[in-house]
Write a protein that binds this ligand. Structure first.
Ligand SMILES: [Zn+2]
Length: 98
């Protein structure tokens, strides 16, 4: 059986079956990651996947899952970040409402 070597942050080197690995591609172009659950400790692991690894997985019939961020994320990018003044205003508003 085909084995792929990776690392667990706790157990060190682990050998995985191709079926143990899930490719996850960010729909907004932030790259592709591979995730698996370590069979030694049970911890979930996630690492960036380079394009050659993505090609290798695709050649073996493992297509990435595409994650699309909710539309609210895109809308929020247009708004300025919260400032201390915004937080103080919120605090005063909450106090006056109570
Ligand atoms: Zn582990």
């Amino acid at each position: 059986m085909l084995r792929i070597k990776s690392r667990c942050w706790r157990c060190g080197e682990v050998a995985l079956a191709i079926e143990d690995i899930i490719l996850v591609e960010h729909g907004d172009g932030d790259g592709t990651f591979y995730v698996f659950t370590c069979y030694g400790c049970g911890d979930p692991q996630a690492y960036p996947a380079d394009p050659r690894f993505v090609d290798f997985m695709r050649m073996n019939g493992r297509e990435p899952i595409i994650l699309s961020p909710p539309i609210e994320c895109k809308e929020a990018e247009k708004n300025p970040p919260l400032s201390w003044d915004d937080l103080l205003d919120l605090h005063l508003q909450l106090e006056s409402d109570g």
